[in-house]
Design a protein around this ligand. Structure first.
Ligand code: GDP
Ligand code: IMO
Ligand code: MG
Length: 425
């Protein structure tokens, strides 16, 4: 068996959580492979809404195994909050969740460093989620990190040494924490590490490869999006992990030839939260209308999401980098009332038109748009694609042609049920 990967093609918040939940019944296991509590994946069903940060979105279906893979970074305190809330709402998390020994732990001083790094950047700040993601992956790559498996061996020494390094760095940045505050944060954190140890901590690379060898299927859930990828995103305004499909190999210990379908998920328009360039961003009433109708506010930080038209230059690039085999279009209903819809098919840079995503999108880019008619139809209660209005079908056809990839699922509302699986041609 192969693993299928579902990941975001834009700047995150495409609706990954919703679709992973919808697809979970087709799979035996669901795994996260990168990112950490910077993610906020929203699921809605039976009148309830859940936001997941570090725990995979496959926990609400039929007892599938959910795996937090080695590529993830975990904050024990936030994990504990998330897990306790889920257990309160009746999820038997301990029986279905497995956590890799190799996940790196986010410490209280990682979060302080995240804040200090941002402050030091001033006007050039990334606009991070403040969860300590960058400093934790920095320590991983510079071989100083503390892994969950270390909590089982020699922990005090490893944590103590990392803590000293962090405090020295914070002091050099003029950001030494108040002693009492740090002591309080550490006490909670150490308690949460003990709590975390009560979960099933495993060698998840063996678990996943054993599942595949037994003919079981695995869905991998990406976090963030391709344009936030550390290598291919809008660097330096990116996150600190490989959010792309190859990240599933390194983040789970699965070989590239084991990847099957790659589901690329995108909104019918585009959003971004945090700083950095965004060629199709709208600063006018249309942008505000998309934000209002799409409730475009961050699931983790509550920040306003910046809104704009769909960017096909960036999407083509994301499809290429990820090897996307199927597309999933989200939030189509948000455009239900628009007279016309625009799609950016190329960039004009210094007078030259290109359909290739450039090295940097920080320079002056003028999007070249194709305008399509709106459908003026409430699609939120539709049950099948046969009910779609003609203009919306034309929009889908246009996108499939431009992107040379089939759109197999269309989402028409936040609820699990507002999902239309299309017949494959
Ligand atoms: P993720 O991080 O990719 O899982 O996405 P988020 O959960 O951060 O953001 C997606 C938001 O859109 C959430 O509030 C979802 O409930 C909501 N959502 C998902 N799909 C749809 C849809 O098709 N239509 C509408 N109107 N909302 C949706
Ligand atoms: P999900 O999984 C949208 C953005 C932050 C910031 C940049 C770096 O819900 O789609 P970080 O805290 O990772 O160092 O921040 O990345 N960012 C996200 N934007 N969705 C996310 O996750 C994000 N995770 C990080 O806003 O611009
Ligand atoms: Mg999100």
């Amino acid at each position: 068996m192969k693993i299928d990967v579902l990941l975001g093609l834009q700047w995150g918040d495409e609706g990954k959580g919703k679709v992973v939940d919808v697809l979970t019944p087709r799979y035996d296991a669901v795994a996260r492979f990168q990112g950490g509590p910077n993610a906020g994946h929203t699921l809605e069903f039976e009148g309830k809404k859940y936001v997941l940060r570090s725990i995979p979105s496959g926990i609400f279906q039929h007892g599938q195994i959910n795996i937090i893979g080695n590529g993830v970074v975990l904050d024990p305190v936030l994990f504990r909050q998330e897990a306790e809330e889920l257990e309160k709402s009746g999820v038997d998390l301990r029986s279905i969740l497995r956590i890799s020994k190799k996940v790196h732990l986010i410490t209280p001083t990682h979060r302080l460093l995240d804040a200090a790094n941002e402050a030091a950047k001033g006007g050039k700040k990334i606009g991070t989620t403040g969860k300590g993601i960058g400093p934790t992956y920095t320590d991983k790559i510079s071989r100083n990190g503390v892994r969950l498996g270390d909590a089982l061996h020699n922990f005090d020494e490893k944590y103590g040494s990392l803590r000293e390094q962090h405090l020295a760095r914070l002091a050099s940045m003029g950001a030494t924490p108040d002693e009492a505050t740090l002591a309080d944060l550490e006490e909670k954190w150490l308690d949460a590490v003990e709590y975390l140890k009560g979960f099933d901590i495993v060698d998840s690379e063996f678990l996943i490869n054993d599942l595949l060898a037994q003919g079981k299927s695995v869905l991998c859930e990406g976090a963030q999006g391709t344009l936030l990828d550390i290598d291919f995103g809008s660097y330096p305004y990116v996150t600190s992990s490989n959010t792309i499909s190859s990240g599933a190999c390194s983040g789970l210990g699965v070989a590239p030839n084991k990847i099957g379908e790659v589901y690329g998920i995108f909104k019918a328009y585009c959003t971004r939260v945090g700083s950095g360039p965004f060629p199709t961003e709208l600063f006018d009433a249309t942008g505000k209308r998309i934000r209002d109708l799409g409730h475009e506010y961050g699931a983790v930080t509550g920040r306003e999401r910046r809104c704009g038209w769909i960017d096909l230059v960036a999407l083509r690039y994301a499809i290429m980098i990820n090897g996307v085999t199927q597309l999933i279009m989200m939030k189509s209903d948000v455009l239900d009332e628009f007279d016309e819809i625009k799609a950016c098919t190329a960039y004009r840079i210094n007078g030259t038109v290109t359909d290739r995503f450039p090295y940097t999108i920080e320079e002056d880019i003028e999007p070249v748009y194709t305008t399509l008619p709106g459908w003026h139809t409430d699609m939120t209660k539709m049950q099948s694609e046969d009910e779609f209005p003609k203009e919306f079908k034309d929009y889908i056809d246009f996108l499939e042609k431009e992107l040379a990839t089939p759109i197999t699922i269309v989402s028409i509302g936040p609820d699990r049920k507002q999902t239309i699986v299309r017949n494959r041609k």
